[in-house]
Design a protein. Structure first.
Ligand code: TZP
Ligand code: MG
Length: 199
């Protein structure tokens, strides 16, 4: 697991999730996460099904919703503290599917590894306007600390752009995700390629 990690954001997108995900595939991303905090269950299911069909050869994850992940046969989920617990999600999803957990500090990172998470999302690295309840920025120092003590792949997220992205990779992030710095741009493929060059 290494490189740019793509997350959809229909609110920031200029041409919609389907077009953005196609651009992400053209930019050779290996992971796409479908994230939408506004749609109802039926709308989520219908769009996730379309995205699953597009993302056949890469990892396709669903944010928050284990039920949608199962319904569209996604490769896994990304869960935060307000979502189903790791244990319950693992029971529902089985051993093979990917479960990524958001962590905000070293204690949570160690606990995520102990539980069996497949990767951790370290969040938010910097201040972000994209997620209003993201919490306090942890900075790249936390990434360095986690890298030393936890062997899970690290996905860094929150306030990352092309100016600070290099620092995040040097701190030890295996993947970086930059939502507004990519999805709100006119040429999504080109922006992702710029992030890929940081690795
Ligand atoms: N999770 C933690 S921060 C965040 C998510 C989904 C938003 C990141 O967006 P941006 O625009 O890259 O700061
Ligand atoms: Mg969540």
């Amino acid at each position: 697991m290494r490189g740019y990690y793509f997350i959809t954001d229909a609110g920031l997108s200029r041409s919609g999730n389907i077009s953005d995900v196609k651009a992400a595939l053209a930019a050779k991303v290996e992971i796409v996460q479908y994230r939408d905090k506004h749609k109802d269950t039926k709308e989520l299911f219908i769009e996730a099904l379309k995205l699953r069909a597009i993302c056949q050869r890469i990892k396709f994850l669903i944010n928050d919703r284990v039920d949608i992940a199962l319904a569209v046969e996604a490769d896994g989920v990304h869960l935060g503290r307000e979502d189903l617990s790791y244990r319950v999600a693992r029971r529902l999803l089985g051993k093979k599917r990917i479960i990524g957990l958001t962590v905000h500090n070293i204690k949570e990172a160690l606990a995520a590894e102990e539980e069996g998470a497949d990767y951790i999302g370290v969040s938010p690295v910097f201040a972000t306007l994209t997620k209003f309840d993201a919490g306090r920025p942890c900075g790249t120092g936390l990434i360095r600390m986690i890298k030393k003590r936890v062997s899970l792949p690290i996905v860094a997220i929150g306030g990352i752009d092309l100016l600070n992205g290099g620092e995040v990779v040097r701190a030890g992030a295996d993947c970086i995700c930059a939502v507004s710095a990519v999805v709100a741009k006119r040429d999504v493929k080109r922006e992702i390629e710029r992030f890929q060059e940081l690795f």
